[in-house]
Design a protein around this ligand. Structure first.
Ligand code: PBG
Ligand code: ZN
Ligand code: ZN
Length: 405
């Protein structure tokens, strides 16, 4: 018998990865490149604003007049795509987010301007209502009280019907009008630019949030998406998590002749995460009462996430997204394997960015190494589009001497 039969050949791995290039080979092509990066930017309604966001170090709220100077050097470095978030600070907020798609909304203005300034830049627009509503939730409430009147929405029989008109139900039994008027006043003064309205928590919700009407919400979201498509968005990205909104948007885009010009990226598996704090700070979009637990997924809900991914694919999404990213790598992998024919995107959210940034500042680790390691894990899990606030840094890092990992 030859001695070779006793050698355990497969136990030797180290010979194949000691050199930096040998190490890179092991990624088998699954490495970050500039095409994969989508940069989230905040556009506000003060056209000259350039305001630091304390909880998101390095990121700012930009006025439209500042966008050219801000983005030009990044485009020169190879920035391929941005996703716009609107931050209305002076525009009046109301029940259904009127200014999400008015002509003066900063996102509409930003899209029009950026398509002229940077015709090759891929423009995505986040679509949600929470930045524009006086209740700060991502949909349209079923009922509320305003100016002493109780307003409730009639229920449609299908989620894709036209928006149900608001019904003035002053003939319906009124809630205690004295206390309603008082709390309306309190809420109005706590949000200076909001018109006074009060929202009754849904009786069977334990989190104090109002019930959001899925029909009205999906229809309103679809209207907003259409206006962003008309303003020049190549991709609309609804982050609201209302049931039925993907189909509602897709149908709206088809009906209005925009379906072949504007893609639909769904925040499919969006979890009720603790990692959105800095964003809500930046966008002023924290809910006034309750939380988002009636429409964002429970963090341990792998099954719901898988169902949402499949549903959104069936409803016409062109890209599926998982959010946040690092604590949900298994969901990214599920998304990529459940729907291999659609690109998987993931959002390294504000809290993930802030966490990595803070750790690096505290000397716990190196910023670049950790940014690359975390985004690398997302790519390994199956993501090919990464939304990250580290995009400007990555553009530099990808042009410089590679970091040996
Ligand atoms: N629909 C709002 C929205 N769109 C994107 C984010 C989070 C992004 C981030 O944290 O970077 C949020 C916050 C939320 O759902 O409360
Ligand atoms: Zn929202
Ligand atoms: Zn309803």
């Amino acid at each position: 018998m030859s001695s070779q039969q006793y050698l355990d050949i497969s136990s030797v791995l180290a010979g194949g990865y000691h050199h930096p290039l040998l190490r890179n080979y092991q990624a088998r092509g699954r490495t970050l490149n500039k095409d994969m990066l989508m940069y989230p930017i905040f556009i506000t309604d003060d056209p000259d604003a350039e305001v630091e966001i304390p909880t998101l170090p390095g990121q700012k709220r930009w006025g439209v007049n500042r966008l050219e100077a801000f983005l030009k050097p990044l485009v020169a470095k190879g920035l391929k795509s941005v996703i716009l978030f609107g931050v209305p600070l002076d525009l009046e907020k109301d029940e259904c987010g009127t200014h999400a798609d008015s002509d003066v909304t900063p996102v509409v203005q930003g899209l029009k301007l950026l398509s002229k300034l940077f015709p090759k830049l891929l423009l995505a627009a986040d679509v949600c209502l929470c930045e524009y509503t006086n209740h700060g939730h991502c949909g349209v409430p079923s009922s509320y009280t305003k100016n002493g009147k109780h307003v409730s929405r009639t229920h449609g029989n299908g989620i894709y019907s036209d928006a149900n008109p608001l019904v003035d139900s002053s003939t319906l039994p009124q809630e205690n009008s004295a206390s309603t008027a008082e709390s309306a006043h309190t809420k109005a003064s706590s949000t200076s630019h909001s018109s006074a309205a009060t929202f009754t928590p849904a009786p069977n919700f334990l989190n104090g949030a109002p019930h959001l009407d899925p029909t009205a919400s999906a229809n309103r979201i679809a209207e907003v998406a259409l206006s962003y498509a008309k303003a020049g968005a190549h991709i609309v990205a609804p982050s609201d998590m209302m049931d039925g909104r993907i189909k509602a948007i897709k149908i709206k885009l088809i009906e209005e002749g925009y379906a072949n010009r504007c893609g639909l990226m769904s925040y499919s598996a969006k979890f009720a995460s603790g990692l959105y704090g800095p964003f809500r700070d930046a966008a002023g979009s924290a809910p006034m009462a309750g939380d988002r637990k009636c429409y964002q997924l429970p963090p341990f809900a792998k099954g719901l996430a898988r169902r949402a991914i499949n549903r959104d694919a069936m409803e016409g999404a062109d890209i599926l997204m998982v959010k946040p990213s690092l604590p949900y790598l298994d969901i990214i992998q599920d998304c990529a394997t459940l729907q291999p024919d659609l690109p998987t995107a993931c959002y390294q959210v504000s809290g993930e960015y802030a966490m990595i940034y803070a750790g690096a500042r505290a000397g716990v680790y190196d910023l670049r190494q950790m940014a690359e390691e975390t985004v690398g894990s997302m790519i390994r899990a199956g993501a090919s589009i990464i939304l990250t606030y580290f995009t400007p840094e990555f553009l530099d890092w990808l042009d410089s001497e590679p970091l040996a990992h």
